[in-house]
Design a binder for this molecule. Sequence first.
Ligand code: NAP
Length: 469
Amino acid sequence: MAAALRKAGIEDFILLEKALDVGGVWRENRYPGAACDVPSHLYSFSFHPNPDWSRKFAPQAEILAYLQDFASRFDLRRHIRFGAEVRSVAFDDAASHWQVTLTDGIVLQTQFVVTAMGQLSRPAVPDIPGQEQFTGKSFHSADWDHGFDLRGKRVAVIGTGASAIQFVPIVADQAASLTVFQRSPAYILPRPDRAHTRLERAFFKRMPWALRLLRLGTYLKYEVRVVAFTRLKGLMRPLGEKPFLKLLGRQISSADLRKKMTPDYPVGCKRILLSSDYLAAFERPTVRLETADIRRITATGIETQDGQQHAVDVIIYGTGFATQEFLAPLEITGRRGKSLRKAWAQGAKAHLGIMVPDFPNFFMLYGPNTNLGHNSIIYMLESQIAHVMRCLKQMDRSKATHVEVADEVYQRSTAGVQRELARTVWAGCKSWYIDAHGHNGSNWPGSTLTYRWRTRWRTLDAYRFTQQG
Ligand code: NAP
């Protein structure tokens, strides 16, 4: 967004960052084995390709370095105020502008607000009875303690999601024993990772068109899979279930364990995970899978509902993130003190995931219903950024000071998204995409091309451009 603003000659903006460096989730998630499960040539900005990715699925440190280098190359750092955590964002009706209050009490006044806080940025540690009694070490995967040596320790991992499957094989290498507490098994497919050779990297540096072609090919390969998620769900069996069962059969020798690791919900309903070494880790004599529910945590370990005591020195929470409280913990109020949290009491929604009525000049990036199960989120973000820029340019042209989505358009478009979601694979189980009311406020129900078309080419009739104040 900042790069797009600068490209358009707009310099009068600041980025508020609560941490002390850029990088977002790639700065926070430093657990061993962290890497992106979207190929890096696609998981990077279209206007800033990186011929130097060392692997097809680059590790966290490289992605973080890419983002930090991006901030420097696009000269964004001078716009960033680090250590600036926002507490509230409120529209001042009298002055017709926004007031942004930081946790240190500083108040900023601004014409526009764009949020870019992500959906996976607040670690969720479940409230298990007895946690405070545990005398060993415990931490969340997004808050990994690299100073703590796991060698020789008895380790428990709670959770078997995208993060856990990446660090479990490495923890298994180090720990004296490892018990993985699984609530629901995941569909896992092999990760077709490999190193990029020096020759390939040199070639991509010299031939940018070849890199663009590779990116396009990867994009299309991922994009066609949307059909299986949204329309022809039967395709999920050959595309997801069969290769999963094949991998399971190859890597797990015990029939009992294979049964425990086979999900009972439709493929794709929770995120499909990629790993070629997670399942194999359970073949080690020191690694155990525990499927009994956790009853409580004791001073010395974990007690399961069947009364078993699991003595451990370390508990690692691979329990994911608070995904359903969009933009939390910020207090956001629009016109006439309208609270965004209250407006979203029955589930978060926004027109194209970007705008909500009564919140003029307030745009969201990676807002409600813009998450994907099949392709790179960067593509969606670039669509959103281009859309915000379109709105700003239209304001310039029409000499408007305010832009706001019309209520009837918002109602129609968000109801349409929910109607379409009801037909998708995500309607088939409980996952982090769905909130306590059964509302899917996370995923976009169609292709990323449809989204791009709607954000880039559809008229801006959905919005009211006005002059105020
Ligand atoms: P997650 O997918 O939400 O997984 C959390 C795991 O913890 C699940 O297995 C969940 O079980 C379990 N869990 C939660 N509360 C529990 C409790 N009280 N008792 C027992 N188990 C509990 O979280 P994540 O692995 O951190 O990943 C979140 C998302 O971040 C991913 O879906 C992905 O979008 C992104 N991510 C991406 C990458 C990547 O690119 N490679 C890596 C990491 C994360 P249930 O399934 O039963 O709820």
